[in-house]
Design a protein around this ligand. Structure first.
Ligand code: AKG
Ligand code: FE2
Length: 352
């Protein structure tokens, strides 16, 4: 997850080793990474495996497919998204090449500047509470839209195509997301512009390059703790070769599989609020592997911080009373992160 506003951090956060360094040194996970059995044993029972539902964009049944997928999974995969496989491979390769650079090179883009933990850059979890359980992951986190707010000094120039590829991917993702949001609105019998007019053209997109190094003890840690996203919608390019994403469905963890070069769309808390709970933001997590590292790229699409969101009036009636308050996105985000680090959800904060 991305971090809240920058703040002065304790040394335990600024001096922490990257997970990749621990993994490459063959270290077993230290205590602060170990998930408490009582809370969430990652592999207590082998999870079930299932392919994510497929939505065929542009086909006559697209709205019905989205509705069914979001009501049962909160997620779906799109195969015919129009992005060439070679382009997605290039994006994945560029991300991998970045994480394979020497640590000193990556630290040029560190999210810690002058002892302050910043929202963007190369880094990992902020430590805000004692006893916080850390995720077995490093990341590169960048605001890609609105474009005039990009902090280009944090955009790696090595590998040298990273900036161009990320710019291009942002453009393509934006177009695709607008398309998906139109169909999502239709599936709720809202006007097709409902979500995109609320978002505006320059809505917020953060790119999160997640790197999950292999772990000697994958049963003891999580690559990413259970969470729902704070977004309206998130687009994930999963690793081509390594699975790891699991979704909570009907009270059980399910390992999800996708077709090669598919993109995963998962809705976030903003969609749950705006749809008045018609769609629930799915809880998901990532597990690690003992011998394969994994990379995913998440594009977090959200309303701008100053916007106020609430349930669509059309989705509130006698049968379905208003379930969420109107909340300012900035305030929700603040609560979201305080809770995220403690492994808790924020959605109840917005509920009546
Ligand atoms: O790595 C993945 O597949 C999922 C990443 C994710 O959930 C996130 O970045 O919010
Ligand atoms: Fe997520």
């Amino acid at each position: 997850m991305d971090a809240p506003m920058s703040r002065v951090v304790k040394s335990m956060s600024t001096e922490r080793k990257m997970v990749q360094e621990r993994s490459e040194a063959g270290e077993a996970p230290p205590i602060e990474y170990i998930v408490k059995e009582s809370q969430c044993p990652p592999n207590a029972q082998p999870p079930l495996t299932a392919p994510l539902p497929v939505v065929h964009l542009g086909q006559p049944d697209e709205a019905e497919e989205i509705k069914t997928a979001l009501q049962s999974w909160g997620m779906f995969q799109v195969i015919d998204h129009g992005m060439p496989p070679s382009f997605l491979d290039e994006l994945g390769d560029v991300a991998r090449a970045f994480f394979k650079l020497p640590v000193e090179e990556k630290q040029k883009y560190s999210n810690i500047r002058d002892g302050k933990f910043g929202i963007e850059g190369y880094g990992n979890d902020e430590v805000i509470a004692e006893g916080q359980i850390l995720d077995w992951t490093d990341r590169l986190f960048l605001l890609v839209q609105p474009e005039d707010q990009r902090k280009l000094e944090l955009w790696p120039t090595n590998p040298n195509s990273l900036r161009d590829v990320l710019h291009e991917y942002t453009r393509k993702t934006k177009k695709l997301v607008k398309n998906v949001l139109k169909t999502t609105a239709k599936s709720l019998e809202l006007s097709e512009d409902f979500f995109i007019s609320h978002l505006g053209d320059k809505f917020s997109i953060f790119a999160r390059f997640n790197y999950y190094p292999c772990c000697l003890k994958p049963d003891l840690v999580l690559g990413l703790k259970p969470h729902s996203d704070r977004t309206l919608i998130t687009v994930i390019l999963p690793d081509k070769d390594v699975e790891g994403l699991q979704v909570m469905k009907d009270g059980e963890w399910i390992k999800v599989t996708t077709s090669p070069h598919a993109l995963i769309f998962n809705i976030g808390d903003q969609m749950e609020i705006m749809s008045n709970g018609m769609f629930k933001s799915p809880v998901h997590r990532v597990v690690t592997s003992p011998d394969k590292d994994r990379i995913s790229i998440a594009m977090l699409c959200a309303n701008l911080p100053e916007k106020v969101i609430g349930p669509a009036d059309e989705l509130v009636n006698d049968m379905r009373p208003r379930m969420y308050k109107n909340v300012k996105v900035k305030d929700y985000t603040e609560v979201f992160f305080q809770r995220f680090y403690q492994g808790k959800r924020a959605i109840d904060w917005a509920q009546f």
